[in-house]
Design a protein. Structure first.
Length: 448
């Protein structure tokens, strides 16, 4: 029952939410993906900020003030379009984050290897190192979240702070090295529209998501109708600046052809340390990146675990999902279930691909499964009065979903890629429909 939701303790205030948003939106790994696509990505960042991020902030601020309950966009979509669409929006987003956790950690673990010098760098993209370490880190993060937001908010705050320290250091190093040795990149701001880069364009939109997470925790926020919109605007401008300045700095340090989409940021720290004769810089930079990744992981786990809780309360998932741990008052069944599913998907996606291609497949599925709910979010915004923001944001989301189906370079088989990315997404939606129909049938049987 919905009246059970206040049992979740309120732990988050305005300044917690600002760091929460920074940690959710400003992902350090997207800087490498953008820099690898070349300096034209700076234009894409600016366009995305205007056409996607700004509408997102407007819609999230408006709807979170209108509907401040636990569940966020699940509640918004349900109120706007009915039970099935609300369930589908929450279900697909829930699954998208199960896919997202391994991609975030694959990138983070690869960059963390730079803390161990040349030996560690050799293993940065080796599956025999990355997969076991990723699984270990994943379960530590899920285990920590069992303790609740009283503990779980601190990795988020640490991660958000580390993210901005990384961006500041990156810009300082880039300015010093460009002044002393010249820039590694000749900057031109027309995006490369080759087929190989179309897949990346969709990731630009994904990198601008994250503001939708805080409203999911509405029942755990002090004065959510005011705090959530304020935090969205305070953190929003900083996140857009982070992406634009960070990508430019990375390209000043390294040419696009040398940048790995998984470890590019750590490569930049290593390059700066080598050029400046500061060997300590590489492990220090890698440590800050690791803290940023941990913070982002903790942020998404905190938000995502509340969706099955809300669905369980509405009887779309088994009642066990609506139970709270007797000691820590957390949705422990949801947390453990997501840990198992993320681990299985990580192993399945690695089959038949090299690590970088497996990483890309997971990223593309995340793009599709995250931006489909954003179509609903923007459509809800349109229905409740945010016409311009809703139309623009929904159009960008749909375009990004389509571009995600374009295979990137390096996949072992185009058909296998399409089967995993597109077929996997369709299968997840159909599974959601089966769960929804059965839950409705069970509810009718109980009432009868």
């Amino acid at each position: 029952m919905l009246e059970s939701r206040p049992e979740l303790p309120r732990e988050l205030r305005l300044w917690h939410l600002v760091f929460f948003n920074i940690s959710a939106v400003a992902g350090v790994r997207w800087l490498a993906a953008a820099a690898q696509a070349g300096p034209g990505s700076l234009t894409l960042w600016l366009l995305s900020a205007l056409a996607f991020f700004l509408p997102s902030a407007l819609v999230v601020s408006s709807l979170s003030a209108r509907f401040p309950e636990e569940g966020g966009f699940y509640v918004w979509t349900k109120r706007a379009f009915g039970d099935w669409h609300g369930f589908l929006c929450a279900w697909v987003y829930f699954v998208s984050n199960i896919l997202y956790f391994p991609t975030l950690l694959l990138s983070g673990v690869a960059m963390a290897s730079y803390m161990f010098g040349a030996t560690g760098i050799q293993y940065s993209e080796n599956p025999s190192y990355a997969i076991p370490v990723t699984l270990t880190a994943l379960w530590i993060a899920f285990g920590a979240n069992l303790l609740g937001l009283r503990v779980g908010k601190w990795p988020t705050i640490l991660g958000g702070g580390s993210t901005y320290i990384i961006a500041a250091l990156l810009c300082v190093f880039a300015l010093i090295i460009a002044w002393r040795f010249g820039s590694a990149t000749h900057f031109r701001f027309i995006p490369d529209h080759s087929l190989s880069n179309l897949n990346f364009w969709s990731q630009i939109a994904l990198a601008m998501t994250g503001l939708e997470l805080a409203p999911i925790l509405g029942g755990e926020i002090y004065n959510p109708s005011k705090s959530v919109p304020r935090a969205a605007w305070i953190s929003g401008f900083g996140c857009a600046g982070f992406y634009i300045a960070g990508t430019a700095a990375l390209l000043a340090l390294l040419p696009a052809s040398r940048i790995s989409p998984m470890t590019g940021l750590a490569q930049a720290g290593n390059e700066a340390g080598t050029r400046l004769g500061a060997n300590w810089l590489t492990p220090c930079f890698a440590l800050l990146i690791t803290l940023g990744v941990i913070g982002q992981l903790s942020t998404y786990i905190a938000g995502n675990t509340r969706l099955p809780f809300a669905l369980g309360l509405d009887h779309y998932l088994p009642p066990v999902f609506a139970r709270l741990h007797p000691r820590w008052h957390t949705p422990h069944v949801s947390i453990l279930t997501q840990g198992v599913l993320s681990s299985v998907l990580l192993l399945l996606m690695e089959l038949g691909e090299n690590l970088r291609a497996a990483y890309q497949i997971l990223v593309d599925m995340v793009v599709i499964a995250t931006l489909i709910p954003f179509v609903y979010i923007f459509a809800s915004g349109f229905k409740f009065g945010r016409r311009w923001a809703g139309t623009t944001g929904a159009a960008i989301s749909l375009a990004a979903v389509i571009l995600s189906a374009v295979p990137p370079p390096g996949v072992a088989s185009t058909w296998l890629f399409e089967l995993k990315v597109v077929g996997g997404t369709v299968l997840l939606a159909l599974l959601g429909r089966v769960i929804f129909v059965r839950s409705k049938a069970s509810s009718k049987a109980l009432v009868g």
